[in-house]
Design a protein around this ligand. Structure first.
Ligand code: GLN
Length: 537
């Protein structure tokens, strides 16, 4: 472990979905705003090697990092808050830990020993907990432990936290426990008992939390704070209120008001460099909360009943909206609802349409129908990944009059305008086998993409198996659908845009993954601006 690096662990109790990711990201932001270097990592107790194979309905979006890791959506929050890139090392699951240990065992690296949860699994967890710290780049490593304390699955992680804290001592490692203080409306009272039980549970594993962060719908009175402090053995000033916020982007400021960062620094015996500099953050929030304009943008997708499935897209619109002083109302539209008879009613009144990423689905025809409508009616359009592929299929069918499709939907189509790459055809494993991570994209001078990015060489992240089929490029370009972004090594088309349309762009990559509070993504910024212009007409 790196000397000087401080370790902060964030556990959760009482229920899941309390927002450990947002609390971790907010604390990270405050420390960073004081001039410290920070990264955040998440340890997830499930057996999948990574969330790449998980259904978004169950687990929300799969967030892809520059190095091609398929990770938990909380890493998206870490990047959006800190504006610092994460990588595979920032997300580790039980599956990966066991996989590493079993691989070592097969190589004979345990020298005849019985391989056990303690110490072998816990040692492997600890090794991973220290990986980023050992680079020497960080003053603080914040480690979020997925799940809730008391789950069978999270036990080895909790034990590893106990050991790290013991090994490093209380000046170098601390534990923040995030918990829920429920409000009983009949009694008109906030209740501390679930938190007391949750802390007892942690104590039974040998961990005394240093700080309690309490999710609550109502302010915590001094009486409640005293009660929590007394029964959970924490200092009164280490009972931190985390009241429900209008936006997740308020949370760093709320945590600052509660002095979470100051408590952390004091407990870890760090002298503070300066007060948090949150000027830029406040400007972003000010613009977000005082919009001068408003647009309604349709998000056509498959998983619209669970907005977490498109988390990064929704957040990218918040960043881009603020930049444009514009409130973006996202209208979630299930592609399966769109057909010839409904398209006008559903799409007709929107100021812009985004067709979302997705995999092998029935709703594809609805997406194509929506794209036909926005192409013909000159409504601003952004297609991401599958959305771009649908735009290509739509153009081939309705402009080139080809009996075309993507081989994902119809493997026997006469005109496979979107097809699987040769390398992909040989792959049978599902996990981690797509075209993943950051790739270069060369942009044609004078194109809309060039105007948007203000650059001719960009890097964007990918997660897909199918590609634009270059056999059709010439035909498409002649008819007005231009390939304006190309991978310089493989020649694969990464961006398409329509001539004679005010704003029609399809991208094979996922721009939403790189949008952050301090650098909103140009594609989203310009797309929102196009929606404002369309509305103003
Ligand atoms: N299903 C498509 C592919 O694999 C698109 C994937 C996506 O939208 N992320 O190429």
């Amino acid at each position: 472990m790196s000397s000087g690096t401080k370790y902060i662990f964030v556990t959760g109790g009482v229920t899941s979905s309390l927002g450990k990711g947002i609390i971790s990201a907010s604390l990270g932001k405050l420390l960073q705003a004081r001039g410290f270097t920070v990264t955040i990592q998440k340890f997830d107790p499930y057996i999948n090697i990574d969330p790449g194979t998980l259904n978004p309905y169950e687990h929300g979006e799969c967030y892809v990092t520059d190095d091609g890791a398929e990770t938990d959506l909380d890493l998206g929050h870490y990047e959006r808050f800190l504006n610092v890139r994460t990588s595979q090392a920032n997300n580790v699951t039980t599956g990966r830990i066991y996989n590493n240990v079993i691989t070592k065992e097969r190589k004979g690296e345990y020298l005849g020993k019985t391989v056990q949860v303690v110490p072998h699994i816990t040692d492997e967890i600890k090794r991973n907990m220290f990986l980023l710290g050992e680079t020497g780049q960080y003053d603080f490593i914040i480690t979020e432990i997925g799940g809730s304390v008391g789950d069978i699955e999270s036990l080895p992680f909790v034990e590893a936290v106990r050991q790290v804290r013991w090994d490093l001592g209380s000046n170098n490692a601390l534990v923040i426990h995030l918990t829920l203080i429920p409000y009983l409306s009949a009694a008109k009272e906030l209740k501390t008992k679930p938190t007391q039980h949750s802390v007892k549970e942690l104590l039974s594993y040998g961990i005394q939390p240093d700080i309690l962060v309490c999710r609550t719908e109502h302010p915590l009175s001094m009486e409640i704070r005293k009660k929590l402090a007394l029964f959970c053995n924490v200092n009164l000033n280490s009972v931190i209120e985390a009241i429900d916020a209008d936006t997740i982007y308020d949370v760093p400021l709320l945590m600052k008001k509660e002095k979470l960062d100051e408590r952390v620094l004091a407990k870890l015996k760090m002298t503070t460099k300066h007060e948090p500099d949150l000027e830029q953050w406040k400007i972003f929030l000010g613009k977000l909360k005082n919009p001068l304009n408003e647009v309604t943008i349709g998000l056509v997708g498959k998983y619209v009943s669970l907005p977490d499935a498109y988390k990064s897209i929704a957040e990218a619109f918040i960043h881009a909206g603020s930049q444009n002083d514009c409130k973006v109302n996202l209208k979630w539209i299930s592609s399966e609802d769109i057909h010839k008879d409904t398209v006008e009613t559903i799409i007709g009144s929107l100021d812009a349409v985004l067709v979302a990423p997705g995999f092998g689905e029935r709703g594809l025809e609805g997406k194509i129908e929506a794209i036909k409508y926005v192409r013909e009616h000159k409504i601003p359009f952004l297609g991401i990944c599958l959305g771009m592929q649908c735009a290509v299929v739509e153009f081939a069918r309705n402009v080139l009059h080809l009996d075309a499709s993507t081989t994902e939907l119809n493997p026997k189509t006469k005109h496979p305008v979107i097809d699987m790459m040769e390398e992909q055809k040989k792959i049978t494993n599902k996990g981690g086998t797509m075209r993943l991570g950051s790739y270069d994209c060369k942009i044609k001078k004078g194109s809309k993409a060039h105007h948007i990015y203000g650059d001719t060489l960009i890097q964007e992240r990918h997660r897909h198996r199918y590609e634009f089929n270059n056999k059709y490029l010439e035909q498409m370009e002649e008819a007005g659908l231009k390939g304006t972004g190309v991978n310089p090594e493989s020649g694969l088309i990464e961006i398409v845009e329509l001539k004679d349309h005010p704003w029609f762009v399809g991208v094979q990559f996922h721009p939403e993954l790189k949008s952050t509070v301090l650098s909103p993504h140009p594609l989203f910024v310009k797309f929102v601006a196009a929606a404002m212009e369309y509305k103003g007409k």
